[in-house]
Design a binder for this molecule. Structure first.
Ligand SMILES: C[S@@+](CC[C@H](N)C(=O)[O-])C[C@H]1O[C@@H](n2cnc3c(N)ncnc32)[C@H](O)[C@@H]1O
Ligand code: SF4
Length: 461
């Protein structure tokens, strides 16, 4: 499939409405507390019959300072003594979780996210990986995808070396913007030297894939200023780039109240930044994977997209479609068999459950057949910009045109506007529709169809 994306201002203006990012379907707003520890344990027993490989996500929530834009689940603190008590609970949780999964099931994917995972000191990071290996069977370095989110202000050559030694082979680096004025306004002062030192250390240690996170829409950004950051990033040629859109929702994210509305770029400027960024990255040889992500054409995400094997989960795009996902730590979400389950969101509640000898799963959802069908369709569209309707009929035993009559009708307007092409056998998302892929997926979302009024998700642009 050709990989182009094109930028049509008029269409973006018309179709840009708030919508889910579909890291799960149904989305987390549909989770409820009738899904509890017992339901999770039953799902784990079912999943063992499949023998599928495993993926483990660890949430490490602490950060030394708060970046004012941040929408992640984090705890800002200077108190490093908070780490060990947290790790003690994580170890208990690992032990309880491991009892639910057959030891023969290999962990093919492991991710430390945050917060700032390297808020842990080197000894703590070594210990956490040791305990993980005690309870689970990790795949070899050639097969396993072991990734970590790195804040370059909280890492150096020595910690990068340790991370490679304990098994990590991929990382994403939080950069956001190199402009000092932007950095001051968002309370994230990070020199280019700091970033480059960590990047070079990672290359020297043999990290296989390095991804860089940037954000557009931050205070004082302009097309010119952001393109300077972009040029410096392109010069180091990372395999992947995430270009996130800053959504300013100060009612929801408290630190954002410290960002002055008047300093934010106007919507037209944001669109201009996005347009010039896409043009420049395309010129530099990057492929648009979808939903903020770009990759070099030889990167495994780009190759998986071409081969039709790309997948999307809570960490973004992935090549490990068939894994059951175990979520460890506060707020983590797991995906086991036909369920999603989420851990407690407050540290105290999380500790209380674990200390009482229970898992901290407090809400979730068991997918019914309709959810599974729609998740499959949304995954195909979001990962491959297309859908083979005949293949979907064969997989699910449905008549596509009947089952999805409402959805196809919703797509008609988008087809007339050139966002999608619908033939007898296929739905194809055309270049102008690719930035709006989530709006296209929304046509297949049964929960949105049932809702009226504001839906509380962020906008596309
Ligand atoms: C958990 S952080 C990455 C690790 C580390 N804490 C750091 O900041 O370098 C994940 C990424 O989410 C992005 N992010 C956080 N808040 C955001 C927001 N409000 N809008 C867009 N992107 C955001 C940033 O690009 C950040 O690098
Ligand atoms: S962007 Fe990263 S370092 Fe900054 S507050 Fe969020 S999680 Fe912490």
């Amino acid at each position: 499939m050709e990989q182009g994306v094109s930028f049509d201002l008029d269409l973006i203006r018309r179709y840009d409405q708030s919508g889910p990012r579909y890291t799960s379907y149904p989305t987390a707003v549909e989770f409820d507390e009738s899904f509890d520890e017992a339901a999770y344990q039953t799902a784990c027993a079912r999943s063992n019959e499949s023998g599928r490989p495993l993926s483990i996500y660890f949430h490490l929530p602490f950060c030394d300072t708060v970046c004012f834009y941040c929408a992640c689940n984090k705890i800002a603190t200077k108190d490093r003594s908070l780490v060990q008590p947290y790790l003690e609970r994580v170890y208990r949780e690992l032990e309880m979780q491991s009892a639910l999964f057959d030891r023969s099931r290999q962990v093919e994917q492991l991710h430390w996210g945050g917060g700032t995972p390297t808020f842990l000191n080197n000894a703590q990071m070594i210990e956490l990986m040791e305990v993980t290996r005690r309870h689970f069977t990790l795949a070899g370095d050639d097969v396993g995808e072991f990734s970590i989110e790195i804040d370059p202000r909280e890492a150096d050559a020595a910690s990068i070396k340790v991370l490679r030694q304990i098994g990590f082979n991929r990382m994403s680096l939080g950069v956001q913007d190199f402009d000092p004025r932007v950095q001051t306004a968002v309370n994230r002062i990070q020199t280019e030297e700091q970033t480059m030192a960590v990047l070079n250390a990672a290359l020297a240690e043999g990290f296989r894939s390095i991804s860089i996170d940037l954000i557009y829409g931050l205070p004082f950004q302009s097309v010119e200023s952001f393109s300077k950051t972009l040029e410096r990033v392109i010069a180091v040629n990372p395999q992947r780039l995430s270009i996130f859109n800053y959504a300013h929702l100060p009612e929801r994210f408290k630190p954002q109240r410290r960002i002055n509305d008047a300093d934010l770029p106007a919507p037209e400027v944001k669109l201009d930044i996005l347009q010039s960024t896409i043009a420049r990255l395309t010129e530099a040889g990057y492929v648009y994977i979808g939903m903020d992500h770009f990759a070099r054409p030889d990167d495994e995400l780009a190759l998986a997209q071409q081969a039709g094997t790309l997948y999307r989960n809570f960490q973004g795009y992935s090549t490990h479609a068939d894994c059951d996902l175990i979520g460890i730590g506060v707020t983590s979400i797991g995906k086991v068999d036909n369920t999603y389950g989420q851990n407690r969101r407050g540290l105290d509640e999380y500790y209380a459950d674990i200390d009482a000898g229970h898992l901290a799963v407090f809400r979730g959802i068991e997918l019914n057949r309709d959810d599974l069908i729609r998740r499959d369709i949304i995954t195909q569209l979001i990962c491959h910009f297309g859908l083979d309707m005949r293949a979907a009929e064969a997989r699910w035993g449905i008549q596509f045109a009947d089952y999805f009559a409402d959805s196809l009708e919703k797509l008609q307007g988008m087809a007339e506007d050139g966002l999608v092409e619908i033939t007898a056998d296929e739905i194809r998302i055309l270049a102008p529709g690719r930035l709006l892929v989530r709006n296209i997926c929304m046509a297949f979302d049964a929960y949105l169809a049932a809702k009226t009024g504001p839906i509380g998700f962020s906008k596309v642009i």
